[in-house]
Structures are given as structure tokens and as C-alpha cells.
Design a binder for this molecule. Structure first.
Ligand code: KIV
Length: 258
């Protein structure tokens, strides 16, 4: 038993203590190990891996087998961080599918699962939690709905959206979700939600007042230079570093053409 392992209760306690929660995505062994060694308490094998690792145009192409493969890889790092896995597109349409999918990710090594949606997936959420699998909600802009929504839009600007987000967050928290990701929610609405639920909110592009922040690691370290969301300020330029290292090595022995 690893006494340093971060627990769901530990993540919840951070909100109570007013300690901000840092969360990042990790899709494989080395990244999970590095981020864990850097002291990040919450890691997510997000289905964003579809774009930044697998080269798909969006997350709707990611399969359960791909999620299991990457959860297994990240879990081999045996992080102290709590490690989550995203339930992929169409893997939680019914209660029995949701429970079976959540079990598959925990067997692969996830400490918790995350799925997109609010009251419309509440029966699935309750069923997952009733099996003892910790659940993290995801509200706001839902990337798995990109095709029907025709893009990635900020949520919470209209009053109806604002009220629906608040009601969804309350419903997920009451159902037992231990945390809720708020993606591209307007900053005032994200703040209001954070102040009105007992479980931590983890924001991505949702302003500074969430209880924690999550980013796609490739965006943070400049490792996916072909697209960077507007709200991310990369802290490194890994793509340039890789190219410079490769060019330096190549130029050390490949003679320029005459
Ligand atoms: O898929 C993902 O990486 C996510 C986070 C960015 C919240 O859902």
C-alpha cells in the first residue's frame, strides 16, 4: 500500500482547505511519471489523446480499446497522483454500458472515471458510483458533442445555459461525483458554480476562480504546435527543442550536399 497515494478524499479536502488543485493530462508511462514527480496530484488520461497523440480530428473517434491501452501505460508509472480515465464517446449511453465501460478503465488502472454531461447522464453516473468507482463530472463545452454543436463554444453566456450548468453541477455533486471539470464556462458562471457546490471544480478555459485548473499537457509544454487553445500560455516550446536537438545531432555527422 502506497501511503503517499492521493485519494478522492484528499482531492475533496483540498477544496475545503482552499488549496488549489493542479491537474494535467498524461497518456503514457513517461509523462505520468514526470508529472507525478513534479507533484501534480491529479492526472487524467483524457480522450484529448485522440487529437494530441493519435492524430484524430476530434475525440469522437477514440475507442474504448485505445483508452484502455493508454490508461494501462500511464498506470504503469504507479503515480502517487490520482489517475483518471475518460469514458470515450458512446461508451456510456445506457446504465449497463456505463458500468461495464467504467469497470474496464479501472481494470486497466484508472482510479476514477470521467464522463461528459449533466442531468441527462445522471442514471449512468449513479450506477457507476454505486459500484464503488469514483466519478468526475464534465460540464460546459463537451468535446464529445462537437459534431452536433458544430464547434467548440463558450458556455454560460445565456441565462438558460447559466441556470442549466448550475443545476447540472448541483445534480452531479449530489449524486456523488467527487469533482467536476468545467470546460470553457464563462468565468462568472464557473465562479458561481464553484461557490455553490461542495465538491471541487476543475476549470479549463473557465477563469481563475475554479477550485483547480486542468490543461492538456501538450498545450502547456508546446508539444503540439499545430494548435494551441487561446486560453493556454505555453510554459515551454518542446516542439522547437525537439527540432533543434534533431538538427544539431544530424548536422554533427550528415555532411551538407556539395
Ligand atoms: O480529454 C481531456 O483531456 C479532458 C480535459 C482537458 C479536461 O477532458
Amino acid at each position: 500500500m502506497n501511503s503517499k497515494k492521493i485519494t478522492v478524499a484528499g482531492i475533496r479536502a483540498m477544496k475545503t482547505c482552499g488549496e488549489k488543485i493542479a491537474a494535467l493530462t498524461a497518456y503514457d508511462f513517461p509523462m505520468a511519471k514526470l508529472l507525478d514527480e513534479a507533484g501534480v496530484p491529479l492526472l487524467l488520461v483524457g480522450d484529448s489523446l485522440g487529437m494530441v497523440v493519435l492524430g484524430y480530428p476530434d475525440t469522437t473517434h477514440v475507442t474504448m480499446a485505445e483508452m484502455e491501452h493508454h490508461v494501462r501505460a500511464a498506470a504503469r508509472a504507479k503515480p502517487n497522483a490520482l489517475l483518471g480515465g475518460d469514458l470515450p464517446f458512446k461508451s456510456y449511453e445506457t446504465i449497463s454500458e456505463a458500468v461495464a465501460s467504467a469497470k474496464r478503465l479501472t481494470v486497466a488502472g484508472a482510479d476514477f472515471v470521467k464522463a461528459e454531461g449533466g442531468r441527462e447522464i445522471l442514471p449512468q453516473v449513479k450506477a457507476i458510483i454505486s459500484t464503488g468507482i469514483p466519478f468526475c463530472g464534465h460540464l460546459g463545452m463537451l468535446p464529445q458533442h462537437v459534431l452536433e454543436e458544430g464547434g467548440y463554444h463558450i458556455k454560460g453566456k445565456k441565462d438558460a445555459e447559466h441556470q442549466a450548468l448550475l443545476a447540472d453541477a448541483k445534480a452531479l455533486a449530489e449524486a456523488g461525483a467527487f469533482a467536476i471539470v468545467l470546460e470553457l464556462v464563462t468565468a462568472p458562471v464557473a465562479k458561481e458554480i464553484s461557490q455553490n457546490i461542495s465538491v471541487p471544480t476543475i476549470g479549463i478555459g473557465s477563469g481563475p476562480d475554479c477550485d483547480g485548473q486542468i490543461l492538456v499537457t501538450q498545450d502547456l509544454i508546446g508539444a503540439f504546435p499545430w494548435f494551441t487553445p487561446r486560453f493556454v500560455k505555453p510554459r515551454a516550446n518542446c516542439a522547437a527543442e525537439i527540432k533543434a536537438a534533431v538538427a544539431g545531432w544530424k548536422n554533427s555527422f550528415v555532411l551538407p550536399p556539395k
